[in-house]
Ligand binder design. Sequence first.
Ligand code: CU
Length: 99
Amino acid sequence: MNKPIIFASLIFAVTAAMAQTALTNASEGEVRKIDKDTKKVTIKHGPIKNLDMPAMTMVFQVKDVALLDKLAAGEKIMFTAEDQQGALVLTGAEKATPK
Ligand SMILES: [Cu+2]
């Protein structure tokens, strides 16, 4: 009798968990320019929740240059960034999966 309700609840819980991961950990962006020599990457990004930042194009610093090896200019990415003592640092990035 109440099976459809249980099923619907399960779907909701899974969807909510996925949405939360995407929203709290990663922001959307598009790589504009990569500079491995200065360890900087320019990203046109959407709102970054954890930095309380609206959409804009800006430069991020990178601690691990290997992160830049996976990226290319013009590429759409999902990324994470942190404020580390006033410096905005790209902490993770991967190619965005097409919707
Ligand atoms: Cu910004």
